[in-house]
Design a binder for this molecule. Structure first.
Ligand code: S3P
Length: 171
């Protein structure tokens, strides 16, 4: 990877189920970078699950915690960061994520996302509705925000290894 990439962070964005965490962990290992999962950080700091944060305090409270976690990325270096699927919605977050490093957006087909999230229980936004129509609608709303990335990779039908290799070639 280039000297410039070595001085920055790699920020993974993408819808739920696009593989940000699995790709992030392996990518960090391959690059010798630290791995940082923004949602896991929030859960650790709050001491309750994402579901509980949503049900006790509401989505807007979660978004505020998320923005505060994104702000703190400015202090990081050589970190592979996986963000929550909605982290790109707030304009401030998008700006901060781009400043924090190389933004890589992972995508997958609606069918693949549904398959990967079938057994899902800690995703409050999909608790009541996991249909392809619902996911398609959310994807369409968020598409302009995901499209901001420097690099976009379709993970449909690919292994974690394949996706990591594609990212490394780009860096
Ligand atoms: C969300 C995605 C989740 C988590 C929260 C909200 C979203 O992260 O941040 O449930 O708005 O898409 P993952 O993308 O890691 O599932």
């Amino acid at each position: 990877i280039s000297a410039l990439s070595k001085m920055r962070n790699i920020v993974l964005t993408g819808f739920m189920g696009t593989g940000k965490s699995s790709v992030g962990k392996l990518l960090a290992q391959r690059l010798g970078f630290r791995y940082c999962d923004l949602d896991a950080r929030i859960v650790e700091e709050e001491g309750i699950s994402i579901n509980e944060i949503f049900s006790r305090h509401g989505e807007s409270h979660f978004r505020a915690l998320e923005t505060s976690a994104v702000r703190r990325l400015a202090q990081e270096q050589q970190c592979v960061v996986s963000t929550g699927g909605g982290a790109v919605i707030a304009p401030e977050n998008r700006r901060l994520l781009m400043e924090a490093g190389v933004v890589v957006n992972l995508t997958a087909s609606v069918e693949e996302i549904c398959r990967r999230l079938r057994e899902e229980t800690d995703r409050p936004l999909l608790r009541d509705n996991r249909s392809e129509e619902h996911i398609e609608r959310m994807l369409a709303e968020r598409e302009p925000y995901y499209a901001h990335a420097e690099l976009r990779i379709d993970t449909t039908g690919k292994s974690v290894e394949d996706v990591v290799a594609e990212i490394i070639v780009y860096l």
